[in-house]
Ligand binder design. Structure first.
Ligand SMILES: *Cc1c(COP(=O)(O)O)cnc(C)c1O
Length: 393
């Protein structure tokens, strides 16, 4: 089993079979290696492993077989060279910053990224002399104009949260490379099933495994996928020292999440598409944000760049915050929670939750209006989901 070249297999097969190094117990399912350290056959072997002259596990802050299986599987699915798992999506983003940035560097970040990502650059990396400018995700010319000689990387999510805007990854990769910078894509909303940023020119892919990779809202985790060189030189040394390691139990949950990711993503996308079309027909809704709709500004780009349009739909109620809260409170089945990518449909008011800690002017610049509601479409019967939304419309 270990000598199969998984690169020759398709994503659906990699997701189910790759990464497992079967032990002498001949187990069929990947075990959870609940061990903090590993033993060496001799003092000499211990010394060789610590210096890296001999491969092998030393301590689970560095490597763990269950976590390694997850890393190997996700790297294959993303078509990246290497993956490192982290204790959360934010820890993965933190690791990329800590590994790659130094005082005096500049970062260009999309305005439409996850709220905590904005705060990471704005409130924390800034303390250590790293300056970040925020750019409109879909305005390619604005990215180009904001580049500086010391711009170390460009950071974005596409589709964005919660407005589901689509960035042109290839165009932004070209801008980054022309200036000697890197392009980092947070691929959380699409997963490798819908979008492969490396094939479009990205240098680093970030995941919050907490979302679709888990798929059932159980564990928090994250990942960084990049070239061998970037991982070896910049990210792995930080993981070893910084310590935001993924636990073997969480890796085991995420491994089984990956096994069903392709079928779940297809079902999420099919329902989200139908729901978006239906929402467009309902009164009291000013705008529906979904890249599968012909009314979406980057519909053609989404068709080119993604294999499907994703499971997240957002919409603006004409009645502002009051109606948004009323609609949310009138549901009886949908989960009022900020999590997404779950088999359970979730409903959120971004302006007062996920993006509530942003300054009002930052939120306004990001286009997140008070009447905006975001739905992560789950796998319940779609008619039941519509019925629940109708209660408060
Ligand atoms: C949730 C999320 C994160 C942060 O991940 P955690 O696992 O919650 O730390 C980062 N990016 C995106 C797009 C997310 O949705």
């Amino acid at each position: 089993m270990t000598d199969i070249n998984w690169n020759d297999y398709s994503l659906e097969t990699q997701a189910i079979r790759a990464g497992h190094k079967r032990t002498h117990e001949d187990e069929h399912s990947i075990p959870i290696f609940a061990t903090s350290s590993y033993v060496f056959k001799s003092a000499e072997e211990a010394a060789l492993r610590f210096t890296g002259q001999k491969p092998g596990n030393i301590y689970s802050r560095f490597t763990n077989p269950t976590v390694s299986a997850f890393q190997e599987r996700l790297a294959l699915m993303e078509k990246g060279e290497r993956c490192l798992a982290f204790s959360s999506g934010m820890a993965a983003i933190m690791a990329v910053g800590m590994g790659l940035l130094k005082a005096g560097d500049h970062v260009l970040c999309s305005r439409g990224v996850f709220g905590n990502t904005v705060l990471m650059f704005q409130n924390y990396f800034s303390k250590f002399g790293v300056e970040t400018d925020f750019v409109d995700l879909i305005d390619t010319a604005a990215w180009e104009a904001a580049m500086k000689p010391n711009t170390r990387f460009l950071f974005l999510e596409t589709p964005s949260n919660p407005l589901i805007e689509i960035a042109d990854i290839t165009a932004l990769a070209d801008i980054a490379h022309k200036h000697g910078s890197l392009l980092i894509v947070d691929n959380c909303f699409c997963t490798p099933v819908l979008q492969k940023p490396f094939e479009l020119g990205a240098d680093i892919v970030i995941h919050s495994a907490t979302k679709y990779i888990d798929g059932q809202g159980r564990c928090v985790g994250g990942a960084v996928i990049a070239s061998d060189e970037i991982i070896e030189k910049s990210i792995y040394p930080y993981l070893r020292t910084g310590g935001a390691t993924m636990s073997p139990f969480n890796a085991w949950v995420f491994l089984s999440g990956l096994e069903t990711l392709a079928v779940r993503m297809k079902a999420h996308c099919d329902s989200a598409f139908e729901l978006a079309l239906w929402l467009e027909q309902q009164p009291g809704i000013a705008k529906v944000h979904y890249p599968g709709l012909a009314s979406h500004a980057q519909h053609q780009l989404a068709k080119r760049q993604q294999s499907h349009f994703g499971g997240i739909v957002s919409f603006e109620l004409t009645g502002g915050k009051e109606h948004a809260w009323k609609l949310i409170d009138a549901t009886e089945m949908l989960s009022i929670t900020a999590n997404l990518g779950d088999v359970k449909t979730t409903i959120t008011h971004p302006a007062t939750t996920t993006h509530g800690r942003l300054a009002p002017e930052v939120r306004a610049a990001a286009g997140i209006k008070d009447g905006l509601v975001r739905i992560s479409v789950g796998l319940e019967n779609l008619e039941d989901i519509k019925k629940d939304i109708l209660r408060g419309l």
